[in-house]
Design a protein around this ligand. Structure first.
Ligand SMILES: Nc1ncnc2c1ncn2[C@@H]1O[C@H](COP(=O)(O)OP(=O)(O)OP(=O)(O)O)[C@@H](O)[C@H]1O
Ligand SMILES: [Mg+2]
Length: 501
């Protein structure tokens, strides 16, 4: 008898149904798997055989033929262990088949029959809903991530025997219940109030968060750039349910099960030596990169000029499109990558060019400084609206410092979000930072004084058309933070201060 067990495969963050078909035919005992399995799937037969025997089931003395349909999609990983084992038992008449139709099933088997977590369960949960199935049978460790999707039964399993007994109706397993997630949490271990001084930089981050403008910070060693960047997620609005689901899906398919659900905006800080694939995504088994793990949050690139040129080049596409598309012979994989970029750098190799504090002076030659800075030009810098210098705080400022807490700043950011929501209703974009030429023309109306200031700045500073647009976008966000319809002179003046570093 041919048995059919429903499972899934993920492509990017999307799950599609895979039907595991098992047939037992006469012939030499053995197992063959067809339907584009990768090596992890091929190895599955050894695990399944041991797991079945060690769980007290006989292994059929027949030829076991397994097809993973649709046969033209590549299947990766270990999700099919449990479906295979159940399929074999169903074909052998040990497992009743009626209830198999109701569930999507996934799980990696240990040799003793115990179940280990697999990737992509959250995407699978969405698929269960899409297909109007009853629920999902998954390893216990994966149950919590599936909770993000309402209206489906998530059956948590410890081992193969439990799965068999449950499907045969011999035991009852209550669907997994935890505290279901309705919105994001705002529990941060850090706060903007921790940062002494740096009002200019903090204000720049407020504007960045409000209008989703990418930021570049330049300053000497130890001036607090990393500290500031780390606190950016704390002034961003809580994540919406959709954002939580989307970001969690990325972590789920990346196999970062313990971090799912992602309830606070991610902060990712890859090292400058990281490979293209680890930052952008890809690899032989396609995985999301740092840009996708930072989806709906912050990607912090410290020592920005030290990153490989190929990485900086490749960043342009996700910055522009908010998604990463990895193409392979087996198909293309799409991962979301809508992140706020915070880049940081020292001004020169020694770190003190233009930031001498009386004790430390720049020791670099002009050529060294020039070479270092040359890496900071080009197309990638065109996509960064805010440039801010972060000088070291003087010791005396540490004495009587008082700083606004993140919650206060976040309130203003959220008000600016509302303004933008109304402005961009029905359009493809949601934030000022995403405006193109046409939107800038339509939404960035200047008062005549503001216009005058901008024109004189353009003439005296020799601004390019690109930087002109950037200033308008920034001025729009600054005006929004004040709930001002029109862009006034003071807004343009402030926007001009984030021009060059
Ligand atoms: N403004 C500040 N308020 C409070 N602490 C600060 C401030 N600036 C620096 N510090 C202290 O100095 C440490 C170093 O700061 P941080 O790592 O953020 O500097 P950085 O600018 O990233 O340096 P680098 O260029 O070496 O990466 C912080 O952990 C913090 O303890
Ligand atoms: Mg740092």
């Amino acid at each position: 008898m041919v048995s059919k067990v429903k499972s899934y495969a993920t492509y990017g963050i999307k799950a599609v149904q895979v039907l595991v078909e098992v047939d037992l035919i006469r012939g030499l005992p053995g197992v063959s798997i067809v339907g584009l399995p990768d090596s992890a799937v091929k190895e599955s037969k050894e695990r399944v055989k041991s797991a079945l025997i060690n769980s007290g089931y006989p292994f059929p003395l027949k030829k076991v033929v397994i097809n993973l349909a649709p046969a033209d999609l590549k299947k990766e990983g270990t999700v099919y262990d449990l479906p295979l084992a159940l399929g074999i038992l169903a074909s052998a008449g040990i497992l009743r088949t009626e209830s198999l139709d109701d569930y999507l099933i996934a799980g990696e088997l240990g040799l003793g029959g115990e179940l280990h977590p697999v990737k992509g369960v959250l995407s699978a949960a969405l698929l269960v809903k899409e297909l109007s199935l009853k629920g999902l049978l998954v390893p216990k460790a994966n149950a919590e991530e599936a909770l993000l999707i309402d209206g489906i039964d998530v059956i948590p399993l410890s081992n193969l025997k439990e799965a068999v007994d449950f499907l045969n109706g011999e035991i009852k397993i209550e669907p997994f219940k935890g505290s279901s997630v309705s919105s994001s949490t705002l529990n941060f271990s850090v706060d903007m109030a921790d940062v002494v001084g740096q009002f200019h930089a903090k204000r720049a981050l407020e504007i960045a968060a409000a209008g989703r403008h990418n930021v570049f910070m330049v300053g000497p060693p130890g001036s607090g750039k990393t500290m500031l960047a780390r606190r950016l997620p704390t002034i961003m609005p809580p994540m919406t349910k959709e954002e939580i689901i989307e970001t969690s899906q990325v972590y789920s398919v990346a196999g970062l099960t313990s971090q799912v659900p992602v309830l606070t905006r991610p902060f990712r800080a890859p090292h400058s030596t990281a490979s293209d694939a680890s930052i952008i995504g890809g690899g032989s088994v396609v995985k999301p990169g740092e840009v996708s793990l930072a989806h709906n949050g912050v990607l912090f690139m410290d020592e920005f000029p030290e990153f490989k040129r190929s990485v900086l080049e490749a960043l342009r596409q996700p910055l522009e499109d908010k998604v990463v598309v990895v193409s392979r012979a087996s198909g293309s994989y799409t991962f979301p990558a809508d992140f706020l970029l915070v880049a940081a750098s020292n001004p020169c190799p020694c770190g003190y060019y233009g930031f001498s504090d009386g004790k430390n002076y720049c020791r670099c030659s002009p050529v060294q400084v020039k070479r270092y800075r040359s890496k900071l030009s080009g197309p990638i810098m065109d996509r960064i609206d805010i440039k801010v210098s972060v000088p070291a705080v003087k010791p005396e400022d540490f004495k009587n410092s008082s700083s606004e807490p993140s919650s206060k700043i976040r309130e203003r950011v959220m008000e600016a979000y509302e303004v933008q929501k109304r402005r961009f209703r029905g359009l493809k974009i949601s934030f000022n930072g995403q405006m193109g030429r046409r939107e800038i023309k339509k939404f960035c109306i200047l008062t005549s004084e503001a216009e005058e200031l901008l024109v004189s700045a353009v003439n005296s500073m020799g601004l390019s058309a690109r930087s002109y647009d950037r200033i308008l976008k920034l001025a729009r966000t600054i005006a929004d933070l004040e709930l001002s319809e029109k862009i006034e002179e003071s807004h343009v003046a402030e926007a001009l201060s984030y021009r060059d570093v």
